[in-house]
Design a protein around this ligand. Structure first.
Ligand SMILES: [Zn+2]
Length: 440
């Protein structure tokens, strides 16, 4: 781990004050809790698997530091725990029956549930990572499902994070691969931000960009060592995931770490996409989303948008009422459709606005194309990296048909108001031709 890099990120973070990454660091949990929450008791939150892997050592460390502990709250290990708002509300009730500080021992779902439950209980908490499987440890906000719609609930990141790289390296390979998938998604997330920046939709904020993009390639350069359970490689991966979480925290939006690739993943999660009887993980969804988006970018890079026909694009542009009808036809689930209408209309342009946007595209295209090319990893290279890490590289490997993947481009665009390459392809009138031409 690059201590200087983490410390520089912590200096900008408002919620997280300590990050401890290393071998054998679980023994520090007790002293860390004492330091940040003197006089408080602790309540370990885990599932049956993470309690065995790390929860007992955490309890020992708390006892060694003289901290009184409540009975741990342990979710069942099977079936896979769903990240729902209702679970967080239940956990809040458990917490408020005590005065304890929660110690989340687990990965994505355990951390997100404890994050929101602690916030609802008016408390901070401490996170102990058991797998380098996603970037949510240091991120503000908890992405959870309520009434079928996956949204990010606003709540602070943990006060302190502890990640033992030996435990992370020994975690099931699919979890580490998922973390790699989540991290590689920052490549297209960065490209989408470049696009939004160049077109005056959302300027790049340099402090948040600097936390993620300059070191990103170095975090991604050893996928085969991750698959071989190498602790040094796990150290680099968790550093990248924690750094991107800290970028979300300091930026107060997920823009530095989440673009169109995440919209695919969120869509599939809401659609309960399963493969081999298991829900597809966030990181595997992001990996496939990153491939889908990169294929689109690769195709767009080969077009000459400097000669785009603005009048023709504007003539074919739908009205708000037509957009609403088409969004409702895309999403059969009523709650998802309702939200998707709101979010899509929030970024819908009038014909006049579209004309101005497209004139802008024509003017900046050569320069914009060069910036995007420097940011992106070509599709064949991306596939090789994901394959080496143990991620899926074909839609069928996460239970998607080619037809469903194709339909997901438009459906994914509609579930967030954030401007991405999916909007760019639609507004330039190229979405259909692109989808006819590309495949992954
Ligand atoms: Zn993610």
């Amino acid at each position: 781990m690059n201590r200087r890099r983490i410390d520089a990120a912590l200096a900008h973070a408002t919620e997280t004050h300590a990050v401890v990454i290393g071998a054998g660091v679980l023994s520090q949990v007790g002293s860390l809790l004492f330091q940040h929450f003197p006089g408080r008791t602790a309540l370990v939150v885990a599932d049956t698997v993470t309690f065995d892997v790390a929860g007992r050592s955490v309890m020992d460390s708390l006892a060694a530091a003289g901290i009184a502990t409540e009975a741990p709250f342990i979710f069942p290990g099977r079936p896979i725990l769903e990240a729902t708002y209702d679970h967080a509300v239940h956990l809040r009730a458990v917490l408020t029956a005590t005065d304890a500080i929660a110690v989340a021992v687990g990965s994505g779902t355990i951390n997100d549930l404890t994050k929101l439950a602690s916030h609802l209980a008016g408390r901070q908490y401490l996170a102990v990572a058991t797998a380098a499987s996603m970037d949510g440890y240091a991120a503000s906000g908890a992405p959870l499902k309520r009434d079928g719609f996956k949204e990010t609930f606003s709540c602070p990141a943990p006060r302190a994070i502890v990640a033992d790289v030996e435990i992370l390296a020994a975690a099931p390979a699919r979890l580490t691969a998922a973390g790699y998938g989540d991290l590689i998604g920052k490549v297209t997330a960065g490209a989408d931000w470049i696009l939004a920046d160049a077109l005056g939709v959302e300027p790049i904020r340099p402090e948040a960009w600097a936390l993620v993009q300059p070191p990103l390639r170095s975090w991604l350069d050893a996928p085969e060592r991750l698959a071989a359970h190498d602790p040094a490689a796990a150290d680099g991966l968790i550093e990248g995931l924690v750094m991107t979480g800290l970028a979300i925290q300091s930026d107060r939006t997920s823009r530095p770490a989440s673009g169109s690739e995440h919209q695919f993943s969120h869509l599939w999660e809401m659609q309960h996409l399963e493969h081999a009887g298991e829900p597809v993980s966030h990181g595997f969804g992001v990996a496939m989303g990153t491939l889908a988006v990169t294929a689109l970018y690769d195709w767009l890079m080969r077009q000459d948008l400097g000669t785009l026909e603005v009048g023709a694009c504007c003539g074919a542009w739908p009205t708000a009422a037509e957009v609403e009808r088409s969004v409702r036809a895309t999403h059969p689930h009523p709650t998802i459709a309702e939200k998707a209408v709101q979010l899509t209309l929030a970024k819908h342009l009038s014909r006049e606005q579209l004309a101005a946007r497209l004139e802008h595209v024509r003017a900046v295209w050569p320069d914009l194309r060069a910036r995007l090319q420097a940011q992106l990893i070509p599709l064949h290279q991306l596939k090789a990296m994901l394959f080496a890490a143990g991620c899926p590289v074909a839609p069928e490997q996460i239970g998607l048909t080619q037809a469903r993947l194709r339909a997901s481009y438009e459906a994914a665009r509609q579930i967030r108001s954030r401007y991405t390459v999916l909007d760019f392809a639609l507004q330039t009138g190229l979405a259909r031709a692109a989808l006819d031409a590309i495949s992954i």
